[in-house]
Write a new protein. Structure first.
Length: 183
């Protein structure tokens, strides 16, 4: 039995589900960016690293990879949440085609902040790819061009998503048992 089995209620997306969805998204990206010669992927630490690594290898156009680390203050659920930049971009994104890569859009706070911040750096375009989206994100009217899967409002972990820094390395997305987080 795997070490995580007692903690995971059920698997909702297998590694194969994730691989085939990533290939679909990569095809769309190849088509959408065929004429512009390349893409600058901006991933957010830490959750996005798995999807970033897989998506970068699945597309058939040249990509550069940048990472940012953000931290939000206060209750994440409140829309007045403030976002602080812990690690900024290392490169000038002026006139570049930027694709923000995320593991999940939940309340939309992180993304709505980033989509206000990035345009101030003068990119030619900004789009978003997120492997997962929670129901709340649909209310936020955020424009996420490439979405892998809509997932229910449950505690999901794996494929980059953590609970207290654990489970990020799982190759699938599963629902955490409430007993693990005291729910
Ligand atoms: C998670 C996730 C997204 C964000 C989504 O990151 O990776 O970045 O929350 O939530 P939101 O839509 O409500 O803003 P988190 O800040 O937990 O850090 P991590 O990526 O290091 O796990
Ligand atoms: Mg994150």
């Amino acid at each position: 039995e795997a070490w995580y089995s007692p903690d995971i209620d059920r698997v909702i997306l297998s590694a194969d589900d994730i691989t085939s969805k990533t290939a679909e998204i990569a095809k769309r990206i190849d088509a959408d960016y065929a004429d512009v010669g390349g893409l600058l992927m901006v991933g957010l630490f830490k959750g996005a690293i798995m999807f970033m690594a897989d998506l970068a290898r699945a597309v058939n156009i040249p990509v550069e990879m940048e990472f940012m680390a953000l931290s939000s203050y206060g209750q994440r659920a409140t829309s007045s949440g403030v976002v602080r930049v812990l690690k900024d971009l290392d490169t000038d994104i002026r006139d570049r085609h930027v694709l923000v890569v995320e593991d999940i859009v939940d309340s939309g706070l992180t993304l709505s902040w980033l989509l206000k911040y990035l345009p101030s750096r003068g990119p030619k375009s900004v789009q978003v790819a997120s492997m997962l989206r929670k129901p709340k994100a649909l209310e936020s009217s955020l424009d996420v061009k490439y979405v892998g899967f809509d997932v229910p409002d449950e505690f999901v972990v794996g494929y980059g998503l953590d609970y207290a820094e654990r489970y990020r390395e799982l190759p699938f997305v599963g629902v955490l048992k409430p007993s693990v987080y005291g729910g």
